[in-house]
Design a protein around this ligand. Structure first.
Ligand code: DGY
Length: 327
């Protein structure tokens, strides 16, 4: 009997490819660059499943051109690369990788916050450039982290992980804003207090963005929001590019309207707004918040397990649109 065919659209761990080969004919795109849309469509011909990352756009045009496709398993918790209504209308299931990356991503949110507030990369560049010739009392003096006010916009599992680290590890006062308020038990567990967005912007010494990207969160932080922040504040984006207006942020950083920013995600990544590359008070990382070996392996395994479970037993583990299967 011929086995179902799937596409793995990005390089992944060899052991995950081996696992998939036990069940499927696997076409693996192992090149460093993602497949352009037309090539992705060509490689998906005859495939019932695909393992993707957040970079492969799964929209109506692709789905119409790939009518055999039944499941797309994202190796990411975010799935703004999916046109969910278009997938559901064609009974194509989408899956993501929640939970396995929560603590690792929260760790990184804190790493970026610390690096930004304490000017770690800026001072390293100074040292590497051979500019460290004497001690100065204000050399790379940054912002206090312990005991300061941590603001979190978006309070899902990762936001709660960051809140716990801030409240319990660094004695921070934690405030958050989210579409829906957490239960009193969850608020107490992560030591966080709900506030409206205006208070969050005005009070936070460090504002961390962890909300999902959607049309309604596009440019949730732009010039008007930055103007409401403290001039001493730091802004950390580990959520998605497009949530921050990067051009407006570059202007604000240059004019020191806020002290600094730490960015792991960018509008139009992997391209980065050129003005962000020239301001010194920003820490830039290439979308690596979930990048530990163990977590990336767990994400790849979960994406693969979703393909195996759905295509062999009809049940996905972490579907994002179970409504696609409604009778
Ligand atoms: C996610 O899982 O959504 C992270 O951004 C990594 O891609």
């Amino acid at each position: 009997m011929t086995r179902p065919a799937i596409l793995v659209a990005r390089p992944v761990f060899p052991q995950v490819i081996e696992l998939l080969r036990q069940h499927f004919e696997v076409d693996h795109h192992a090149g460093d660059n993602g497949l352009p849309p037309a090539e992705l469509i060509a490689r998906l011909q005859g495939k019932v499943g695909a393992l993707t990352t957040g970079s492969e756009r799964i929209d109506a045009a692709l789905l119409d051109a790939c009518p055999q496709l039944r499941i797309v398993a994202n190796m990411a918790v975010g799935f703004n690369n999916f046109d969910v209504p278009a997938m559901s209308a064609r009974r194509v299931l989408g899956t993501n990788t929640p939970d396995v990356l929560t603590e690792t991503t929260a760790d990184f949110g804190f790493a970026l916050l610390m690096a930004t507030a304490r000017r770690v990369t800026e001072s390293e560049h100074f040292l590497r450039a051979g500019l460290w010739t004497q001690w100065r009392y204000d050399m790379f003096a940054g912002a206090e982290v312990h005991g300061s006010t941590l603001g979190i916009l978006g309070m899902g599992r990762i936001g709660q992980g960051i809140a716990r680290r801030g409240a319990h590890g660094f004695g921070m006062k934690v405030i958050y804003h989210n579409r829906s308020r957490l239960s009193p038990e969850l608020e107490a567990g992560c030591g966080a207090r709900y506030v409206d967005k205006a208070e969050l912007l005005a009070q936070a010494d460090h504002l961390v963005l962890v909300l999902p990207y959607s049309a309604s969160s596009h440019h949730a932080i732009g010039a008007a929001e930055i103007a409401q922040m403290k001039p001493t504040a730091t802004l950390i984006n580990i959520a998605r590019g497009g949530i921050v207006d990067d051009a407006a942020l570059a202007v604000a950083l240059r004019e020191r309207r806020i002290a600094a920013a730490g960015l792991d995600v960018f509008e139009g990544e992997p391209t980065v707004h050129p003005d962000l590359l020239t301001v010194p008070n920003v820490v830039l990382t290439p979308h690596i918040a979930s990048a530990t070996v163990a977590t990336r392996l767990a994400m790849a395994r979960l994406a693969a397990d979703n393909l195996v479970s759905y295509l062999t037993r009809g049940q996905a583990l972490t579907p994002v649109n179970p409504q696609a299967l409604a009778p």
